[in-house]
Design a protein. Structure first.
Length: 146
């Protein structure tokens, strides 16, 4: 099973970016820990980050041919991007929306997700564990449990 992990804007700044909210781990740290878990589970992951909305959309469009599911931390684009929403919808791949922080416990503008209606589900507020939980959820799809 192949899973595409996509990270949106400013997530390359993890480690130094508001550590009280997002934690002290860098995106590379999270990727390394996730890779170990993925190897244990027998899944294959591809882990990417971009600050550019168009690039994220292209990755989602292309995922159809090479991946079984997508895990997306769209960062701030979560709250604004109809383009990302349409790309998820068009891809037809099960997509999980994730966030490190609990977006519902933060500012009002973070309470609305443009992409949530076209995602299989949302995992929010568990720090780096949001990524690990999403991996579990993807494995659940394959087992027919979700
Ligand atoms: C985030 C939450 C978003 O509201 C914010 O814009 C981010 C990170 C998270 O992982 O908690 O950039 O997606």
């Amino acid at each position: 099973m192949r899973i595409l992990f996509i990270n949106g804007p400013n997530l390359n700044m993890l480690g130094t970016r508001e550590p009280g909210i997002y934690g002290a781990k860098t995106l590379k740290d999270i990727e390394a820990a996730l890779q170990i878990r993925s190897d244990k589970c027998g899944t294959e992951i591809d882990f990417r980050q971009s600050n550019h909305e168009g690039e994220l959309i292209t990755w989602i469009q292309e995922a159809r041919d090479s991946f079984d599911s997508i895990v997306l931390n769209a960062g701030a684009f979560t709250h604004t991007s109809i383009g990302l929403r349409d790309a998820i919808s068009a891809s037809g791949l099960p997509t999980i929306e994730i966030h490190l922080s609990n977006v519902h416990a933060r500012e009002n503008f973070r309470h609305h997700s443009m992409i949530a209606p076209v995602c299989r589900g949302q995992i929010t507020g568990f720090g780096e564990h949001s990524y690990f939980l999403a991996l579990e959820a993807c494995i659940g799809f394959e087992g027919g449990n979700a």
